[in-house]
Design a binder for this molecule. Sequence first.
Ligand code: SAM
Length: 261
Amino acid sequence: MVKAKKSFGQNFLKDKNIINKIVSSIGFTEKDLVIEIGPGKGALTKVLKENNARVLAFEIDERMHEYLDKLEDDKINVVYEDILKINLTNVLSKYKYDKLYVIANLPYYITTPIIEKLIFLDINIDQMTVMVQNEVADRFCAKPGTSSYGMMTVLLNYKYDLSKLFVVSKYCFDPVPKVESAVVNFKIKDRNQYINVNVDNLKKVTSLAFSHKRKTLKNNLGNDNFAIIQSILLDHGFDNNVRAEQIPLNVYIEISNKLYN
Ligand code: SAM
C-alpha cells in the first residue's frame, strides 16, 4: 500500500461519480489521444480505459507502478517522468492521432506551470478537463472587473474558452486536502479568433499591466506607453484611472498590437 506523498501533491480521487463526470466531459474516440498528468493510483486511468481511450500518462512517482502496471496495454502507456521536464513535443511526435485531449486531477503545487506548458507549447490540445483548486478555477474563468481576473485569465482566454464545470468537495479525496476543488474545461477557440496577436507581446503587456495590483494601468505601463494606447482605451470607454483588471481580452489584444507591432 503506497502512502500519499504531500510533496507530489498526492490527493487521490475516491468518488466514482466525480471520476465518471470528468472522463465523460470529453467525447474522445479511439483515434484520439488523451494525455493524463499524474495518474497516481489510476482512478481516472481505469475509467479512461473502460471507455476505450488511448492514453499517454505522465507520472513522477515510480511507486505507482504497483497500481498502473496492470492498466498498461497497447492503448494505455505510462511514462514515469516529470511533466515539467519532459520534451512533450518529442514524445508526441511518436504518436498518430486525430485530436489531442488532456484529462487530469492536477498536482496543485504546480498547476500553473503545467497549464502554461500545455497551452503555450505548439501541440494544439483540442480540449482539456482538469481538476484544480476552486480558487484557481475562479481565477482561470474570471470576468473583467472582478478581483480574480489577472494576467493568467487573459492569457488562457486568449487561446481557450474556459468553463468551470462543477465544484468538488474536499471529502472526495484521500487524503482530504485543505481546500475545495473544481473541474475546469478548456476548449480551443476557433483559430480566427486569436490569430491576430503575437502571444509573446500579449504576455509582455499583461505582465506589465498587472505588475502592481493597486496601481492604475497608467502607472504600471508608464506614461509613454499609456500615451500611445490612450485612444484605444477611450474608444472602449475607459478613462485615465482604469485598472488592469477592468480591461477585457479584446482590448489587451489591441493594446499589444499597437505597442509592439
Ligand atoms: N490522478 C490521480 C487521482 O485522481 O486519484 C492522482 C492525482 S494527484 C492530485 C496528482 C498526481 O500527480 C500524483 O499521482 C503525483 O504523483 C503526480 N505528480 C506530481 N507531480 C508531478 C510531475 N511533476 N509530473 C508528473 N506527475 C506528477
